[in-house]
Design a protein around this ligand. Sequence first.
Ligand code: FUL
Length: 512
Amino acid sequence: MQPPQILACPKWLGHPGGRREFKMIVKIIPLVALTGLLADRSLAVEPPPPFGPVPAARQLAWHEMEFYGFVHFTVNTFTDKEWGYGDEPEAVFNPTDFSAEQIVQTAKAAGMKGLILTAKHHDGFCLWPSQYTEHSVKNSPWKNGHGDVLREMSDACKHAGLKFGVYLSPWDRHSAVYGRPEYLTYYRNQLRELLTNYGPIFEVWFDGANGGDGFYGGAREKRNIDRKTYYDWENTRAIVRELMPGAMMFSDGGPDVRWVGNERGIAGDPCWATLNRADFSPGQADEQRLNRGDRPGTDWLPAECDVSIRPGWFYHAKEDAKVKTPAQLVDLYFKSAGCGASLLLNLPPDRRGRIADADVQSLKEFRQRLDGIFSKNLAVGAKVTASNVRGNDKTFAAKNVLLGDGKKYWSTDDGLTTPDLILDLGKAKTFNVVSLREFLPLGQRVEAFALDEWQEGQWIQFAAGTSIGSHRLIRGDSVTTSKVRLRLTQAPVCPAISEIGLFAEPPTAKEN
Ligand code: FUL
């Protein structure tokens, strides 16, 4: 048998026993390499263990959206009401120039990542031709009863790259069986219809309102239900999990996203992403707690800030002059998305079935102002150092906070809960907005922080706050400095910070 081909043949191979030694070496080398690898592995620095409840995959995807829209549209648009009684004839629903395209493009241009449509509001009228009721678009004059608002909106969203969600009011003032067990079957059938025919659905909105009285098939009476037991929420929710596992479910108490406790669009400070969910159920709101969350909290249950661009949720011509200004919208963005919650901004189509000009204009300028702020991160290019880096491993390097991809983060050794991080900007820069984010798969870790500027040889604090979570925007007076320090001042565990950004908001952005 031929010996193996040896290209560079060391001298010692020539002496007796040399070949045997060589064979042994050939066997040993991979072993050594493997042992080395294993040793490297055991040396690899482990990421910090997660702290408290952590977000599910659907919640992580939702956190990335931050800003999306509500579309309140139904018979109320034509009767000039906010809550239809349930006796509105189908004939009143007749938009003269409905355009899902115009609605969706308006939302997209404003920077929204999705839209949630009132498939059925409290009045019970269905914007899709449900096979379970006659009280729907199919008996309206719109498109001779062949229209389907859900279909058009879901298609337009898909086409534009926006996610689509549905609001299906549990309270139904039209249904003759509302209040009886049969209604639950009807409600669940409709839920199945929506989730099967108009998906993918990113969020299902379970409203908690119930005023009691209604048409109820002609009974015209007050019907009270037990909010805790009537809808058998556990089994109703199971339908969503079964048909659309990626969908977020909204209600006062989640299970995936919670109400922020007001309809003004303003998150609490702090606004924790966690809540003790067992204390809440739809329609059972402790507004203060929903606004701020619970810390410590048993469940990852972040807040959603719902607010309308107009005083009402539905379109009323008399409110045309009361559309929120670009400055008010920017302010809302800072007070919702900038506090770790999401901004769900309602855009009500008018009687044409389009977003009115005043709203379109305001949204356009709102977007321009936000872009004006966030298009340039003044921290990019800074030299970043930290008082500690986890295991001195570059996986957890301080400079990860500038990557902006949300995938990497700066962390420290276990037990170091109040470290500092310094951005050396190289020269004096002026900013008035600071953006911070935590790496959410490891939970919400930081409980308090401070920001310092370097002035004449010393650090001076210019801002401080509590919760960070998915996003914390600090909007303050202008700071001009060449160095910024982030000081984490309270936390139960070491941090995982994925972003620090510095931005300059032009003074005009605060004016109307
Ligand atoms: C409330 C409803 O009663 C309003 O009409 C609106 O739909 C708002 C978003 O939720 O509970």
